[in-house]
Design a protein around this ligand. Structure first.
Ligand code: ADE
Length: 267
């Protein structure tokens, strides 16, 4: 019947998408960003428009913006607001949900987790620097049971981007994710062990969802605060959010211009 045929067709499209990530030319780019304050300048710089009616319908809280930039289809999806508190849905739970739904909706050739982060001075980070990820890990998932210990770290490689890093003079390193703005001594030991360059709250979850679809992923993160510095993260974060968002607004369009129309192997 019609219903079965429709679901067969979409299953086939899904299968085709899952198998479509051999060294292909990048035509559709999905950017994921937690906070509206990070997304808005980027959406404006890229000239994107809010998708209306929504492409990802309620009750999913996320918002998507779409358009063309540098000959590519570009979608920015932010995680929306918390029903209970009205603040942005930051952290790994909304990140995984939004990424899954956005990949299903937009079938991107590549996923970029972007936004702000804390930076490690010991790895060369300064305020408003922009980093590209080499890999993504979790630093706050401690499960000391064989097998689950590795699952807890949840490490994923970023797609290699040596030419992008060089062309845009971006710093590169491991992005580490956790659900707190601060960190415990154990978190810090793990961040050091994983050679983290930047610390934020979403990338490892975005990578997990992208990996379900076999879709390549990397991060572009700008630094609001110094993790291994003297000041509390929240103070520096609020002070530098505008500056770091401005850095993203400048760099993200350049990243898109560089990757659009290139093959994965040319990044
Ligand atoms: N976002 C910006 N700075 C951060 C930090 N220090 N930790 C987690 N997320 C952040």
């Amino acid at each position: 019947d019609v219903v079965t045929l429709a679901s067969d067709a979409s299953e086939e499209a899904q299968q085709q998408y899952l198998q479509s990530h051999a060294d292909k030319t990048i035509q559709t780019i999905l950017l994921l960003v937690a906070m509206e304050a990070e997304a808005t300048p980027m959406v404006e710089a890229l000239g994107l428009k809010a998708d209306s009616p929504p492409v990802i319908p309620p009750p999913a809280p996320c918002h998507s913006f779409s358009g063309r930039h540098a000959g590519a289809n570009v979608h920015v999806v932010c995680f929306g607001k918390c029903k209970a508190t009205g603040v942005d849905n930051v952290g790994t739970v909304p990140a995984a949900l939004t990424t899954y739904l956005a990949i299903q909706a937009f079938k991107p050739d590549i996923v970029i987790s972007t936004g702000t982060a804390g930076g490690f001075r010991s790895r060369g980070a300064a305020i408003a620097d922009v980093f590209v990820s080499t890999g993504m890990v979790n630093h706050d998932r401690r499960i000391p049971i064989p097998g689950f210990d590795k699952y807890g770290v949840g490490a994923f490689d970023a797609i290699p981007t040596p030419h992008l890093q060089k062309a845009l003079s971006l710093k590169a390193g491991v992005v580490t994710s956790g659900n707190s703005l601060d960190y415990t001594a154990e978190d810090m030991a793990r961040m050091v062990q994983h050679e983290a360059a930047v610390k934020e709250m979403e990338a490892a979850a975005v990578a997990w969802s992208a990996d379900l679809f076999g879709c390549p992923v990397f991060c572009i993160k700008s630094v609001t605060d110094i993790v291994d510095g003297e000041r509390p993260a929240q103070e520096e974060f609020l002070e530098n959010l505008h500056k770091a968002a401005g850095a993203l607004q400048a760099v993200v369009p350049q990243v898109i211009e560089f990757i659009a129309g290139k093959r994965y192997s040319e990044l």
